[in-house]
Write a protein that binds this ligand. Structure first.
Ligand code: HEC
Length: 737
């Protein structure tokens, strides 16, 4: 069956190693005694620049500097794919979000799991060589917006680099996992975290950070790969007093960016946001680093920077921008702002792909950077100077008219500016999130995992700003999904969840084909010369599609989902495809309500396949939770309302909207703890489970509110009984409480 032209209603409408200036030849590292092979991670800038000549490796996060995630390996193809089977499975020891793309170099796979743990694995057998656990504390774990995830490592000259959740950047010995240097890259008294993969270029390793939902000021920092010394730092939003920082960003802030912010508002106290938490790409041809910059903090622009407007006064540079920086000095080169004065959480941190497209005069080749950020436009920019070549909606969106004006600015609708109970599409989860896309130079198509998911209602809430360690967006978290207590709109939420795999033609500015899915947040993609696109999906399948037509060619069931992007490598002439399975990303935390059934806390697993692979996948864990209330209903409409409000502000980002968990973090409706006021207070007020990432909330909410949340949680439990989705408890069982 062909999916060609399955246009759903959701539409509104070669490595060039030309740069001579690279690092000096590297002395090969002398490996330490260990299980790893003699040559370990002997990667330098030149080798990554020549990645196309070594398709049997996967040398960097996006496969090459251009981050196309396309491999020229082709022995797994339309003719052979039916023989593709699981060859080995490596099980990590922790559950929670799994988002990483493995790197494979010289027979060793380096990959991260949740809690920033690094694993070195024999890529042929799946045998563990070493693991390194940076021991992120439970307290730091609670600083994250979107779980203790990590998207991967970088390797260079015998070292493996990892950005640790608590803000460290560490260099490990690739042979042993021993820490060679460790830098704290953030002010750890603030809610900074790191989830992104570092990138290496020209003897530097660069890392950004996250935290704009909670209140921080974004920046990227390049460190010397050998010494760990800071080489340059570029801030993405101004210093609160608009004074210089002594950083590479000073000049452009004085010249341009400072004036795009007013002098008052929450940005001066809460950091302004602009965190570069995912995409950072080294452009070898133009010798520059492209940085994808995140949303504003707080999201609400009228609170963040009340002096401005959407007519161009105070665009808040460099929020939601693609930023080009000189690779050696970090000096500003150019920027393109996708969402001026962002107030919808429209990050431009999504993956950037560099490619040569026939977009020059008379179809001449032009080097471009492509991005499909949260805001729903597919951008093609000239990589040399940032000129906007095209911006086309790739997903339904109602915050603009779908047009870009003559100044390259989106035409924002008045409704989306005013945000008066408007249901905005896409919502903050984005038309496309961190799940990597891939680009096949032969088909000329970009394979994007898109989301139709979860429109959002942005309702002002000034009060939310004062809290320090929880989401702090300037909007009312309880109104976000338009749920009024006690009516609830769980069914409504379920109808909104959806996504697709879009094969986007960046030259024509239209899709070639679309595979629709009932759920959002399907996995990242891998494209190969075998004419295939690989992707995991929310139904727990790992699928190969025909790259030209979207026809489903082959399916492998996984244990749990794969949200991470697959990669491929070759050893002894045999091609392997690998993917990290395990539930992942914020959607899984918040949107338990959108799942048909809760997931079990499966550990992260590297599932590696090859032709003729015959390994068995383990059986999924049993779901042992008894879904019935553990205590009688307590409270009244007033406490339930208060509890709902405080739950939405403080708890739903981990325990799930409407108190419906996705399954991995405890579902409080069915917890014995919810049945007992004292146990509840010991955990929620006093932080008895802090070491496990469940901190106490006594500094944010008072005792009465903490108890009201318990009442609300029990109310939600009994609501499920009323609705027939949970069992009434045995009377005798309740009597025991
Ligand atoms: C940053 C994520 C996060 C946030 C926010 C969070 N929790 Fe938790 N919570 C967890 C984790 C993780 C656990 C499991 C801890 C463990 O395994 O010991 C947990 C466990 C609990 C438990 C124990 C449940 C049981 O059956 O063992 C209770 C009760 C609880 N949380 C209540 C709350 C309440 C109420 C809020 C909001 C005020 C909240 N949590 C906010 C992550 C979070």
């Amino acid at each position: 069956m062909s999916y060609k032209n399955v246009i759903t209603t959701l539409f509104v409408t070669s490595l060039v190693a030309a740069c001579g200036d690279t690092d000096a030849p590297q002395t090969p590292t002398t490996p330490k005694v260990g299980d790893a092979p003699a040559s370990v991670a002997a990667v330098d800038t030149q080798r990554i620049m020549n990645a196309a000549q070594e398709p049997e490796m996967w040398l960097s996060y996006g496969g090459s500097y251009d981050e196309t995630r396309h491999s020229s390996l082709a022995s797994i193809n339309g003719d052979t794919i039916q023989d593709l089977g699981v060859d080995w499975v490596y099980e990590m020891d922790k559950p929670r979000g799994a988002e990483a793309t493995p790197i494979v170099v010289d027979g060793v796979m380096y990959v991260t799991g949740s809690w920033s743990v690094v694993y070195a694995i024999d890529a042929r057998t799946g045998k563990e060589l070493w693991t390194y656990d940076p021991e992120v504390s439970g307290e730091d774990a609670a600083k994250g917006c979107c779980d203790v995830v990590n998207r991967g490592v970088a390797v260079h000259n015998g070292k493996v680099f990892v950005g640790v959740f608590d803000g460290r950047l560490e260099a490990l010995d690739a042979a042993s996992g021993e820490v060679l240097w460790s830098n704290v890259t953030v002010d750890q008294s603030k809610p900074y975290t790191i989830t992104g993969a570092p990138r290496v270029f020209k003897n530097k390793v660069i890392i950004g950070n996250s935290g704009a939902e909670l209140g921080v000021r974004g920046y990227v920092t390049a460190y010397n790969v050998e010494s760990g010394d800071l080489e340059w730092r570029f801030y993405t939003v101004p210093n609160p007093n608009k004074e210089p920082d002594g950083a590479a960003s000073d000049a452009i802030f004085a010249e341009l960016a400072n004036d795009s912010w007013g002098d008052t508002g929450a940005w001066t106290t809460d950091g302004g946001g602009g965190t570069a938490w995912d995409s950072i790409v080294y452009d070898t041809v133009n010798d520059q680093v492209l940085v994808g910059v995140g949303n504003g903090s707080p999201w609400n622009a009228s609170i963040r920077d009340p002096e401005g407007d959407f007519g161009g006064a105070y665009d808040n540079l460099f929020l939601s921008s693609v930023l080009a920086l000189d690779a050696d000095t970090g000096a500003y080169r150019w920027h393109y702002q996708t969402t001026p004065r962002d107030q919808w959480d429209f990050t431009a941190t999504q993956q950037m792909v560099l490619a040569d497209l026939p977009l020059g005069e008379n179809g001449a080749s032009r080097r471009v950077v492509m991005q499909a950020p949260k805001n729903g436009f597919f951008y093609v920019l000239d990589a040399r100077d940032g000129e906007l070549l095209s911006a086309t909606p790739f997903s339904e969106q109602n915050w603009t008219t779908g047009e870009i004006d003559e100044n390259g600015r989106p035409v924002i609708t008045q409704e989306a500016i005013e945000l008066d109970n408007m249901v905005v599409v896409p919502g903050p989860t984005g038309a496309h999130n961190w799940h990597p896309m891939s680009f096949n130079p032969k088909t000329g198509l970009v394979y994007i995992p898109t989301n139709l998911a979860l429109p959002y209602v942005y309702v002002d809430n000034d009060a939310a700003r004062s809290a320090k360690s929880h989401w702090n967006t300037g909007y009312d978290s309880a109104s976000a999904w338009a749920y009024e207590f006690p009516k609830g709109t769980i069914a409504y939420t379920q109808t909104l969840d959806g996504g697709s795999l879009v094969a986007w033609d960046p030259v024509a500015g239209e899709p070639a084909w679309i595979v629709p899915f009932p759920q959002a947040f399907n996995g990242g993609t891998l494209s190969t010369d075998g004419g295939l696109v690989f992707q995991g999906n929310k139904r727990g399948e790992f699928v190969a599609y025909d790259a030209e037509t979207g026809e489903r060619m082959w399916t492998q069931r996984l244990v749990g989902d794969a949200a991470a992007a697959p990669m491929t490598y070759e050893l002894d002439g045999e091609q392997y495809v690998s993917v990290l399975s395990g539930w992942g990303n914020v959607s899984m935390m918040i949107y338990g309500a959108a799942l048909e059934k809760p997931v079990t806390p499966e550990p992260g697993r590297i599932v590696t396949m090859k032709l003729g692979g015959k390994a068995e996948l383990p059986s999924p864990l049993d779901y042992l939770v008894v879904e019935s209330p553990k205590a009688p209903l307590v409270g009244d409409a007033e406490t339930w309302q208060l509890g709902m409000q405080r739950f939405a502000e403080n708890c739903q980002f981990c325990h799930g909207a409407y108190a419906i968990s996705s399954g991995v973090i405890p579902d409080l409706r069915w917890s014995g703890i919810s049945a007992n006021e004292d146990s509840w207070a010991a955990i929620v007020r006093d932080g008895a489970l802090t070491d496990n990432g469940m901190v106490g909330f006594s500094d944010i909410i008072d005792d009465e509110e903490i108890e009201a949340i318990r009442h609300y949680v029990l109310r939600q439990a009994w609501l499920a009984v009323e609705n027939g989705t949970a069992d009434a408890p045995e009377v005798a069982a309740l009597g025991d409480q």
